[in-house]
Design a protein around this ligand. Sequence first.
Ligand code: TXA
Ligand code: MG
Length: 342
Amino acid sequence: MDTLIIKDINNKTMQTAGEIIRGGGVVAFPTETVYGLGASAYDDAAVKKIYEAKGRPSDNPLIVHVADVCDVETVAREIPENAKKILESFAPGPFTIILKKKDGISDTVTAGLDTVGIRIPSHPVAREFIRACGVPIAAPSANLSGKPSPTRAEHVIHDMLGRIDAIICGGDASVGVESTIIDLTADVPTILRPGGITLEELKKVCTNVEVDRHVLEAVAAAEQPKCPGMKYKHYAPDADVTVVEGELSACEKKIKELVKREKEGGKTVGVLAAADADFGADLFISSGKDNREFARVLFDALRSFDENGIQTVLVQLSSNDEYSLAVKNRLYKSAGNKIIFV
Ligand code: TXA
Ligand code: MG
């Protein structure tokens, strides 16, 4: 399949993208979190193409994207008080609310669940694109299933060229990790996936907020997590990732040891850490000054290690702030829970 690459964002190109969607096609588009892979949430056959293009298991539901708060009621059966508060405080922005779904949203989108994830991205191109489509847009992250999510147009082109109808190029994602998913179908709002809106921010708006234990714990074989995506391998580059977590100097010491050992074993080694403490790695990438910056560079770094033929990646996790939970959640999963606490 020929994939149309849209680099100029204007009324005409957005109308073209909208026509592709209304014609049952699949279009990748930028958001402030990661790039999405969109199709009409009303079109079962189009949504199936998303699962095919990604190689995604069919029991893992998709998030439905709308351009404005007033469109939420076209997707959700009811909007509880907590949802109203969260929408008022943070929309448009990097969060997704899980609500009871309305009829008309394809069962393929929700993987047969009675609930639906709804997101209003703040990225101006995402909103322009959704408006041009004129329908709610079902969209997962625009990566091949299991791989790190795409934060740059180049990542989407790498994974999706020839597999989908069009890619809208809209620069680098400013948040860099996916939206915070908040389940609002029970009395206490529960974070199923940490992201761009933090637990601390949510607590200012809703008195009681919980974090699902699977955000940091691995899902056991027999368990059915609340967020179906949690049970699958995620964010994993080809390289073997290990997280080294703890106080800064202890982490640095441990990583130096591991780099030496891996290199002696004939492996090419990459390090992702706050500052290069002469690790002796083949490729060093800085994770930045805090976890907000870490989140922004994380997926791009994991992809860069693969592009440079790195076989072993060691990641330092030392600082704690509001964004730690999102960074940890992604890293634990990309490392398949191989974590060394020092
Ligand atoms: O930032 C984001 O949320 C990005 C951009 C493109 O908007 N999208 C995204 O979608 O990350 P995806 O499909 O890669 O991740 C969605 C996660 C999956 O783990 C899925 O299982 C979960 O959301 N999910 C979707 N609908 C759900 C529902 N009704 N109940 C519980 N979890 C749900
Ligand atoms: Mg994803």
